[in-house]
Design a protein around this ligand. Structure first.
Ligand SMILES: Cc1cc2nc3c(=O)[nH]c(=O)nc-3n(C[C@H](O)[C@H](O)[C@H](O)COP(=O)(O)OP(=O)(O)OC[C@H]3O[C@@H](n4cnc5c(N)ncnc54)[C@H](O)[C@@H]3O)c2cc1C
Length: 267
């Protein structure tokens, strides 16, 4: 008897790109190959990311991918940010990390939780020339983010912060830090609050830079807060209200205030 073979159609891909997404991806691939690749070895050996390259990231719109056009950003989606990070990382992980932290942590947090006034003050700068960093971890608080010890005390119109942060990506380059501290250590995770910290705020300084084995051009530093004053209108979300921890799109630890969730990529 003749045997029949069942012909199944080939499986469909889980993700298909639109024409615009393919164009976006290919442009970044070309940029990464032509402009980033020639600098990778030297940046890695020196442990310093090329400033002009960061300037080019801003010019190309890679540092404000999701920021709405009204603030000078690209008005694109989170998916485009991931495409950009993927294409840059294909050539240089440090380039990927800088763009990743900027877009998926800092800008994303601002878009979700900033007040209208905070958006007006910070989003145009994040799209134009200001790097961001996300400061959650401490010496005794890595995976267990809720164990953080940095304290914030309200004094008049400012919060006064004391403590240290460790392993903070982009710290050397950043002008704005989304920085976590507790307003009430006795309240556990319920005291944790996110602050928009500018590098010029009094009492804030960037400490020792780690001399890493890999991804060396991406800065990873300590942050020192000594009676550091942050205006109370720079609280992101609400002070000490219901931080939520979830698994993120990157399947990493997530911590965000006021009943929301952002994502934290533990690079
Ligand atoms: C290059 C680099 C860049 C970084 N950038 C940033 C940054 O920009 N911002 C920031 O806030 N932090 C940053 N970090 C910190 C990073 O997020 C932490 O290193 C990470 O959260 C892990 O914390 P830890 O190193 O203290 O390890 P630990 O928390 O001590 O974990 C050590 C090991 O134990 C495992 N483990 C922990 N808890 C459990 C558990 N309950 N059950 C089972 N296993 C467990 C972990 O998976 C891990 O393998 C960076 C770190 C590095 C190395």
């Amino acid at each position: 008897m003749a045997q029949t073979t069942l012909q199944l159609p080939p499986p469909l891909p889980l993700t298909t790109f639109t024409e615009d997404e393919i164009l976006f991806r290919d442009n970044i691939r070309q940029f990464a190959d032509e402009k980033v690749r020639p600098l990778v070895r030297e940046m890695d050996e020196k442990g310093v990311f090329d400033k002009n390259l960061i300037h080019e990231f801003f010019q190309l719109g890679l540092m404000g991918i999701e920021i709405p056009e009204q603030y000078g950003g690209g008005g694109a989606k989170f998916f485009e940010a991931i495409l950009a990070v993927e294409e840059l990382s294909r050539v240089d992980a440090s380039a990927g990390v800088i763009v990743d932290v900027q877009n998926t942590l800092v800008n994303n947090a601002l878009l979700r939780w900033a007040t209208a006034d905070q958006k007006k003050r910070y989003l145009p700068r994040m799209a134009a020339d200001m790097c961001g960093a996300y400061a959650l971890s401490e010496a005794g608080s890595g995976s267990d983010a809720f164990a953080l010890q940095t304290k914030a005390e309200l004094k008049g119109n400012d919060y006064v912060l004391n403590g240290r942060k460790l392993w903070i990506t982009n710290a050397k380059e950043a002008g704005l830090f989304v920085l976590f501290a507790t307003v009430d250590p006795a309240a556990g995770y319920k005291g944790i609050t996110a602050f928009l910290m500018e590098k010029e705020f009094p009492g804030f300084s960037v400490g020792k830079k780690e001399d890493k084995l890999g991804i060396r051009a991406s800065s990873t530093c300590e942050l020192v807060l000594e009676d550091c004053r942050v205006p109370k209108n720079n609280v992101l979300g609400e002070a000490g209200k219901h931080p939520v921890r979830q698994r993120s799109r990157h399947d990493q630890a997530v911590l965000f205030p006021s009943g929301g969730a952002g994502n934290f990529v533990g690079h």
